[in-house]
Design a protein around this ligand. Sequence first.
Ligand code: PEP
Ligand code: MG
Length: 588
Amino acid sequence: MSASSVSGLGVSPGIAIGEPVVHLARPVAVLRVPIPKNRVDDEIARFRDAVRRAAEAIEHNARRARERMGEEYAAIFEAHSMIARDPVLVEKVEKLIRTGAVNAEWAFDQVVAEYMEQFEGLGDGYLAERRLDLLDVASQILNILQGYDFGKLQELERPVILVADDLPPSQAVQLPLDHVLGFVLETGGATSHTTIIARSLGIPAIVGAHGACQAALEARMAVVDAFEGRVVFDPDPAEIAEYESRNAEYAEQREHLVELVAQPPVTRDGHRITLLANLDLPSEMREADRWNAEGVGLYRSEFLYMRFAPGLPSEEDHFQHYMDLVSRANGRPVVIRTFDLGGKKLAREVIGARESNPILGLRGIRLCLRQRDFFADQLRALLRVCGQFPAGQVRIMLPLISGIEEVRKTRCLLRRLTKKLRAEGHHIPENVPLGVMVEVPSSALIADRLAQEVDFFSIGTNDLTQYTLAVDRANEMVAELYRPSHPAILRLIEEVVQAASHAGIEVSICGETAADPLMVPVLVGLGLKKLSMNPQSLPVVRNLIRHLSYREAAHISRTALRLSTASEVEEYLLERLAILFAKIKIHV
Ligand code: PEP
Ligand code: MG
């Protein structure tokens, strides 16, 4: 019997075996622990060391920000560093450790609470901002004191299983991901962004694994079984052998799929589907090539921002980055989505404040239109890149569109920038294709009007599901309510596809639903001819399409649309899939 196991939701298939490393991003309860009098000096030294390490990390970030973005942004980090090294604060904490003979975490927490109380009485505006700065710095110092230092994680030198209570995508991209064998997260959902990163890198992952951090703290070895949604700590040798053999079987199945990559994704009755890749980083183009993607249906440019954070990429950084990406595409079309920052994809430096409900806040196009300079840098670079390749190869896509005004405002900005760039001598083509993500229900409902204003649609079911069903896509507490198979979503997709077809514009789908074997027949049946997904899912979907007939798919989608609940739809689809694909092995 294994020592212990924790269940969750398997979100990126595979099995990983290795040493677990715990990362706690959420604040841990601070307990008051008495310290023997003769250890007080050591405790003070431990505190000073934590302050020094936090201040050094902040100063490192300040230097990076200064190099990349100039003094103005570096000032944010310098203010943080001053807080960390504030002699009054440090002195108060040391005094409390000495007089109370207590642990550094508790003394520090008490002093910070005292400061916060003083700030609270002083109202909003500038002081409220300083309050947030203090909170930021305090959590960094506390993390170090409690033994969880993100900086250390960035220096990982051996392969590990990363077990975390939370891991925002901004942190995930800063990890040496070559050394991450598997992810186990206590939070998250099937389409949260860290999940998407894991999936596109082919790293097995489980989310919503409550209690995994505690269990991992005491374990020397862990197995992530993302097929079953289970993580086993300290398995015995027989269990390890069993997992290794299942892993080998899975690798063999994948190898078989490699043999199919050259075969076109055509249904049995000759209906041609185009399979595209969703990418977060240009280096992922290797995987897209490996699985024979016909282009990039979604490039999530915000990962560029995350890699530069705490800095901001300049126009030239954008330009070089997209040139690299499009060159790697070797003539295939590339859809570059403008920054979709905000929400869970942290953009504190740009937003400048914390929001109480960021998912409904200043995210995507809203943030870009509010911060025009920041947006203009990206758009100028994109327009210049369009001028370097054949017409139409590079397309610009806008995220989180909820109404037509956002498209019109962006078009106006693009016109102004084009004029200016041409005056500066750049070649900017006429009619750069501009499309939108349809991922907010309001856009889907006015798709007929929206279709008159743009060149293409891409349906983002990750957010469309979140906003239609009012279910946070990254919240494990409601993960079971997150159902892209809900009839409401199917109806919206149908409307969008029909609106695009009437207007004669292209429509594709780039939400994770496009990679879900259960949903592929419905999507094809609804008339979607372009499916864009994480590269790792391409072979499974290619294989599935080659076993499907369009006539059957159309029948399946018509029937699914008449059903009343997500469960009814899923049951029906599972039944159909079992009949249709009895001969092929597909992990659903
Ligand atoms: C979506 O919402 O479906 C989508 C593809 O965009 P993202 O996952 O980046 O929000
Ligand atoms: Mg989205």
